[in-house]
Ligand binder design. Structure first.
Ligand SMILES: Nc1ncnc2c1ncn2[C@@H]1O[C@H](COP(=O)(O)OP(=O)(O)O)[C@@H](O)[C@H]1O
Ligand SMILES: O=C(O)C1=C[C@@H](OP(=O)(O)O)[C@@H](O)[C@H](O)C1
Ligand SMILES: [Mg+2]
Length: 161
């Protein structure tokens, strides 16, 4: 089977669903955190977003041959290079699409994972980012699943590749 990348906005459940889809999964953010030896929010504070994006691209390119299921960070589609990589690779790209306010509530409630992109912005600013990114997720996705009001188990069942 082709490798499968999960994409979508923060809080859509990419990391949660990847773990349930197969034992052979990897989360790009987890790989990056292992590389940098600190949390993503500390890294943003010390080195800035641009440096994080460089690491993200490098990590994206290294995993498609080593794992079956790959959860990405919500900003993966911001880079043209990353979008091109996902389009050119012989892989499935599953877009987990959800209602903004439901995702926003999850992001705020998730104290285990502080997302610097979200905490530094108002709801309105983040909604603009959500709308902008929605077109980019659509442009690279090979499959699209609505996750609003579904349990992780229901979403896993829907991902039939
Ligand atoms: N389908 C779901 N229903 C309810 N809560 C969910 C669902 N998917 C994920 N969550 C919760 O939402 C938060 C963000 O999930 P996560 O998998 O980290 O999303 P992402 O990786 O897309 O940012 C976590 O607290 C997780 O437990
Ligand atoms: O949307 C973004 O720009 C980001 C999303 C995060 O991943 P999740 O989508 O898994 O929360 C993480 O990569 C980083 O905080 C930046
Ligand atoms: Mg995640």
């Amino acid at each position: 089977m082709k490798p499968t990348f999960l994409i979508g906005f923060m809080g859509s459940g990419k990391s949660t669903i990847a773990k349930l889809l197969a034992d052979d999964f990897v989360d790009l953010d987890t790989v990056i955190v292992e590389k940098i030896g600190m949390s993503i929010s500390d890294f943003f504070e010390q080195f800035g977003e641009a440096k994080f994006r460089e690491l993200e691209t490098e990590t994206l390119k290294s995993v498609s041959t080593t794992h079956q299921i790959i959860s990405t960070g919500g900003g993966i589609v911001m880079s043209e290079e990353n979008r091109q990589f996902l389009k050119d690779a012989d892989v499935n790209v599953v877009y987990l699409e959800g209602d903004f306010d439901k995702l926003y509530a999850r992001i705020l409630a998730d104290k285990e994972n502080i997302r610097p992109i979200a905490i530094s912005r108002t709801r309105e600013e983040l909604f603009d980012i959500y709308q902008h990114r929605a077109d980019l997720y659509d442009a690279v996705a090979t499959h699209k699943i609505c996750v609003t009001d579904k349990t992780p188990e229901e979403i896993v069942k829907e991902i039939q590749l």
